[in-house]
Design a protein around this ligand. Structure first.
Ligand code: DGL
Length: 202
């Protein structure tokens, strides 16, 4: 089976890594739109336009399935992509919700969602988590992490001060949802910032 994986940049490679570990597909074609990253600061129409261009790109490769390894695109453009694609299209938000359900048994657990500005504004995670009975959910747009990851700064002073900027005074949540596929690359640093007290879900 041949699969396409799409992200705005390098973030979707975290999904590719997991696909390779599980040997799920015979062939993987990756499209990272590094010319136009970040998507998370763009408006909905632009995100949809870029997403439909990705569908057109993958039409050249006779894929069986397209994995949208980008939360921003998953939150805004999945239906439009499904309508235009001759192959199946799946996103990453619903699997993230499933992983949360499998990790947390307490519906009152303190859950912090991290994502791009666009993903947080969409409330895609909050809406689904609340529908699954989780009551204590908050979200924080942490878009500066995206260029930091694209730059390969997975640890060090720049990342530390950016985390401080975003998380200052925040007590360790029970769980942190890495609602952007770039963020697993800095998971260790985020976990350490919260003294390794939070479950990281991605
Ligand atoms: N990796 C993407 C996501 O999961 C988007 C990062 C960006 O382009 O802003 O949302």
């Amino acid at each position: 089976m041949k699969v396409g994986v799409f992200d705005s940049g390098v973030g979707g490679l975290t999904v590719v890594k997991s696909l390779l570990e599980h040997r799920l597909f015979d062939e993987i074609i990756y499209y990272g739109d590094t010319a136009r990253v970040p998507y998370g600061v763009k408006d909905q129409n632009t995100i949809i336009r870029y997403a439909l261009e990705a569908v057109e790109f993958f039409k050249n490769f006779d894929i069986d399935l397209l994995i949208v390894a980008c939360n921003t695109v998953s939150a805004y453009a999945l239906n439009e992509m499904k309508a235009q694609a001759p192959f199946d299209v799946i996103g990453v938000v619903e699997p993230g919700i499933l992983a949360t359900k499998n990790t947390l048994s307490d519906p009152n657990a303190d859950i912090l969602i991290l994502g791009t500005k666009a993903t947080v504004a969409s409330k895609a995670y909050e809406t689904l988590l609340q529908a699954h009975g989780f009551t204590n959910v908050s979200a924080k747009a942490t878009g500066l992490f995206v260029p930091i990851v694209e730059e390969g700064l997975y640890e060090g002073a720049v990342l530390e001060s950016t985390m401080k900027h975003y998380f200052n005074n925040r007590t360790s949540p029970d769980a942190i949802i890495l609602g952007c596929t770039h963020f697993p690359l800095i998971a260790e640093s985020i976990s350490a910032y919260f003294n390794n007290k939070s479950h990281l879900i991605h």
